[in-house]
Design a protein around this ligand. Structure first.
Ligand code: HEC
Ligand code: HEC
Length: 233
């Protein structure tokens, strides 16, 4: 279906162009490379980075922008997040491992190349974070110890041991509380994240404990930020 459309598009362009051989063969070559690519691609001719990001800034480029599903919370900060993690998250929405309906729809419209370009763009906007974080106290100290958060998310919770894991220090607490619950949620068509690692961790905690963890992690200084894109508006 996609191949056919690409081909028809290329043929249309070829016919419309007053025919020198060189002009007619260029779209045909573009059609060939688009047809052999694995994921859905925009028809021949790459979208600009601005065009790719334009779809994101209305939510991720506005400080404190609120989402209302499955409950009111701030849209996560993605500026400064690791490129491999951004790509992994977008792939998880695309594959349905993350069920959030809006982000599934958006991720499904992106090609592999779009995801790579967008991930690199947002990853380049990190701000400096301290090497260590302020130690949790009391009850939260025990929860952090039990969940061993720093073992994967790094000593400052901003230097994950694997680049496909997220930086979490300073991420919005209300967002983290919602997604920590989502890792525990099963058999819901529109809420849930089927990640084995975080699923096993989140299930060890009550919702009240997850809320305490999220508010501690959110209170830290990290590399994540909101980066408005005035020149695109
Ligand atoms: C209508 C608002 C909206 C738009 C537009 C939007 N997002 Fe999102 N995005 C969200 C919300 C809400 C979440 C949290 C979803 C969840 O709970 O998993 C999210 C989650 C994400 C995440 C996962 C963050 C994390 O920490 O795991 C990434 C990455 C992301 N969005 C990238 C993008 C990109 C790239 C675009 C543009 C192509 C985009 N989003 C457009 C609202 C939006
Ligand atoms: C064994 C490694 C590991 C440990 C330990 C761990 N995490 Fe995670 N965490 C991950 C991975 C991997 C992901 C990404 C999962 C995905 O792709 O959805 C993640 C995702 C998250 C997210 C979602 C971030 C976002 O931007 O959406 C939060 C919040 C989180 N972890 C908090 C914690 C807290 C709090 C602890 C300690 C109680 C903890 N994690 C312990 C590996 C770990």
């Amino acid at each position: 279906m996609n191949k056919l459309l690409t081909l028809l598009f290329a043929l249309g362009v070829a016919c419309a162009t007053s025919t020198s051989f060189a002009q007619a063969s260029a779209p045909a070559a573009a059609a060939k490379s688009a047809a052999s690519a694995p994921a859905p691609q925009a028809p021949a001719g790459a979208k600009s980075l601005e065009a790719k990001i334009a779809m994101c800034i209305g939510c991720h480029g506005i400080k404190g922008y609120q989402a209302s599903f499955p409950e009111v919370h701030k849209v996560p900060m993605i500026s400064g997040q690791g490129a491999k993690y951004i790509a992994a998250a977008l792939n998880a929405y695309r594959a349905g491992d993350r069920k959030h309906p809006t982000m599934r729809g958006i991720a499904s419209s992106l090609s592999d190349q779009d995801i790579t370009d967008i991930a690199n763009f947002y990853a380049s906007q990190a701000v400096a974070a301290p090497a260590t974080v302020k130690e949790p106290t009391g009850n939260v100290a025990e929860l952090v110890k039990k969940g061993n958060c720093a073992a994967c998310h790094g000593p400052n919770l901003s230097k994950p041991i694997d680049p496909s894991y997220p930086k979490i220090a300073g991420q919005y607490s209300d967002y983290m509380f919602v997604v920590l619950k989502a890792y525990k949620t099963e058999n819901n068509p529109s809420v849930g994240r089927s990640n084995g690692v975080m699923g096993a961790i989140a299930k060890q905690f009550s919702n009240a404990e997850l809320k305490a963890l999220a508010s501690y992690v959110g209170s830290l200084d990290g590399e994540l930020t909101v980066h408005p894109e005035p020149k695109f508006r």
